[in-house]
Design a protein around this ligand. Structure first.
Ligand code: PXP
Length: 243
C-alpha cells in the first residue's frame, strides 16, 4: 500500500492569515508523524503565501520520516533546495494567481531545464519527482531527464463524476503502468480525500500519496491525530489491484 505523506501547507495558511506564530507547521509535522504519517510535504511558493523559508529549515532538522519539498523550477528555489537538501523534491508548475497547483508540469516543454537541474539535485542526494498530468508525453519527458519519480496529478480524477471518474482512474492506472515500464517510480496526489483515496491507493505501482487540504480541513474538526489516522486507515484498507 502507498505511504502517506501529509502536506502541511494549510497549517501555515492559517498562521499567515494573521502573520502570527500559530498554528505552527513544525508542531503539526510532529503530530502527523506521531499519528503514523510516513512523510511530510511542504510547498515553498515563490510568493511565500503559506510555508516560509524558516519553516523549511526547521523541518529539515525535526522531521524524522521523509521531508518532501515541492518547488517551482526557478533558480531561487533550486538554490534553496540545494542548501537545505530535503530528502525529496517534487518539481511543480507555479502561477502566482492560482489558488493551488492547477495542473502537472509540462515536462516536455521544460525538458532542457529539467535535464540541467534534475541531475544536480540528484547528485546532491535528493530524490527527484516531477508532478505531471497522466499524459504519456509528460511521463516520457520525466524519464528523459532521469527523475526518480513522477507524481501523478489526481485533480481531474478527484473532480470528475460518474463515468468520467472511471475514465480518469483508468488514465491514472495506464500512466502508472507506463511510468513503471520506463523505469520511473510513481507517486500521486492532489484533491485526494477520505472518499476518493481508496481507488487511487489501490492502483498498481503507486508508492506515495501526498495529501494536504482534506486532512488539514478534517483536523480542524477532529484534531490532527485523528485526521491522519483516519486517512492512514483508508489507505491501508484499500484493496490493491495486481501489479
Ligand atoms: N501534490 C502536489 C504536487 C501538490 O502541489 C499538492 C498541493 O500543494 C498536493 C499534492 C496536495 O494537494 P491537496 O492539498 O489537494 O491534497
Amino acid at each position: 500500500m502507498p505511504r502517506l505523506h501529509v502536506n502541511i501547507d494549510h497549517v501555515a495558511t492559517l498562521r499567515q492569515a494573521r502573520r502570527e506564530s500559530q498554528p505552527d507547521p513544525v508542531a503539526a509535522a510532529v503530530l502527523c508523524e506521531l499519528a503514523g504519517a510516513n512523510g511530510i510535504t511542504v510547498h515553498l511558493r515563490e510568493d511565500r503565501r503559506h510555508i516560509q523559508d524558516r519553516d523549511l529549515r526547521i523541518l529539515k532538522e525535526t522531521v524524522k520520516t521523509t521531508l518532501n519539498m515541492e518547488l517551482a523550477l526557478t533558480e531561487e528555489m533550486i538554490g534553496i533546495a540545494m542548501e537545505i537538501a530535503p530528502d525529496e523534491v517534487c518539481v511543480v508548475p507555479e502561477k502566482r494567481e492560482e489558488l493551488t497547483t492547477e495542473g502537472g508540469l509540462d515536462a516536455a516543454a521544460n525538458l532542457s531545464s529539467l535535464e540541467r537541474e534534475v541531475p544536480r539535485l540528484r547528485e546532491a542526494g535528493m530524490l527527484v519527482s516531477i508532478f505531471v498530468n497522466p499524459d504519456p508525453n509528460a511521463i516520457e519527458a520525466a524519464a528523459k531527464c532521469s527523475a526518480d519519480f513522477i507524481e501523478l496529478h489526481t485533480g481531474c480524477y478527484a473532480n470528475a463524476k460518474g463515468l468520467e471518474k472511471e475514465n480518469e482512474l483508468k488514465r491514472l492506472e495506464t500512466s502508472a503502468r507506463y511510468a513503471h515500464e520506463l523505469g520511473l517510480r510513481v507517486n500521486a496526489g492532489h484533491g485526494l480525500d477520505y472518499d476518493n483515496v481508496q481507488a487511487v491507493a489501490a492502483l498498481p505501482f503507486i508508492e506515495e500519496l501526498n495529501i494536504g487540504h482534506s486532512i488539514v480541513s478534517h483536523a480542524v474538526m477532529v484534531g490532527l491525530d485523528s485526521a491522519v489516522r483516519e486517512m492512514q486507515d483508508r489507505i491501508l484498507s484499500a484493496e490493491s489491484s495486481e501489479e
